[in-house]
Design a protein around this ligand. Structure first.
Ligand code: HXC
Length: 258
């Protein structure tokens, strides 16, 4: 598949997707979102790939949905097409882990896209924000919901009501990002982390992802019950036998994904 607005690369067992629309700071136009979905479909289908890294440039992960593309749309245009639902939520449906490696601006839909990923590694120059209110609209790809779950009501409310940007150190303190990496090392570090995940048991990786995500959707007792059943099911895998045998025999495990 050839792409115009993203770059797609495979490094080891990691799929690397780079948003590549530099003249518009990676503004997320319809074509880019369509290509992102196609690349994710390809990576989900490729058995060699165990995890995905999604990144942008050093200046911008993505400066939001494409304002020039949205500006003239009517209510009926966005309502009837269910604008942004189709395409945008593809990343939330991935069964393989997706790591967002965010440098520079992650604003509006860019911040929302990063939050759809499984976790965010931030470059030390990263800036997160939901500035939609400054252009007369509001977050529409989960910003009011996911940001609130990440950083709590007070910070999320302030950011969505004022458009204030949050720098990398505040984002780390607030739990929005898992950690900060010098921007020059960001992609290499994200690929290294993704490779580490890709080396684990593939089915167990999927179960962990499923279980952590379930914590957002259910009560504690139901979530723990769900986790317990998945934990039990890891004992049906060859990888659990291999992993525990390797520990006892003081050697590295070789997981096969079975
Ligand atoms: C379209 C954009 C864009 C965007 C930047 N550009 N952001 N084009 N949509 N979201 C374009 C600019 O028009 C400009 O093009 C070029 O990228 C460089 O941007 P500059 O503004 O010149 O760069 P700079 O001065 O460095 O400022 C960077 C910035 C600013 C602070 C990030 O560009 C900015 O405020 N952008 C908009 C951020 C925003 O409001 N995002 C939310 C969008 S709404 P030209 O052709 O002039 O050189 C949204 C809704 C989500 O995301 C809801 C559902 C998905």
């Amino acid at each position: 598949m050839s792409y115009e607005q993203i770059l797609v690369e495979i490094r080891g067992n990691v799929g690397l997707i780079t948003l590549n629309r530099p003249k518009a700071l990676n503004a997320l136009c319809a074509q880019l979102i369509k290509e992102l979905g196609q690349a994710l479909d390809e990576m989900e289908a490729n058995a060699d790939i165990g995890a995905v890294v999604l990144t942008g440039s050093e200046k911008a992960f993505a400066a939001g949905a494409d304002i020039k593309e949205m500006a003239g749309k009517s209510y009926m245009d966005v309502y009837l097409a269910d604008f942004i639902t189709v395409g945008w939520e593809r990343v939330t449906k991935c069964r393989k882990p997706v790591i967002a490696a965010v440098a520079g601006f992650a604003l509006g839909g860019g911040c929302e896209l990063a939050m759809m990923c499984d976790f965010i590694l931030a470059g030390d120059n990263a800036k997160f924000g939901q500035p939609e209110i400054t252009i007369g609209t509001m977050p529409g790809a989960g910003g009011t919901q996911r940001l609130t779950r990440f950083v709590g009501k007070s910070k999320a409310m302030e950011m969505c009501l004022t458009g204030r940007q949050m720098a990398a150190d505040e984002a780390e303190r607030s739990g929005l990002v898992s950690r900060i990496v010098p921007v020059a090392d960001l992609v290499a570090e994200a690929v290294k982390v993704a490779q580490r995940i890709a080396d684990m048991s593939r089915p167990v990786v999927m179960m962990v992802k499923d279980s952590v995500n379930r914590s957002y959707e259910t009560t504690l007792s139901e979530g723990v019950h769900f986790e317990r059943r998945l934990f039990h099911s890891t004992f049906a895998t060859e990888d659990q036998k291999e992993g525990m045998a390797a520990f006892v025999e003081k050697r590295q495990p070789k997981f096969t994904g079975r």
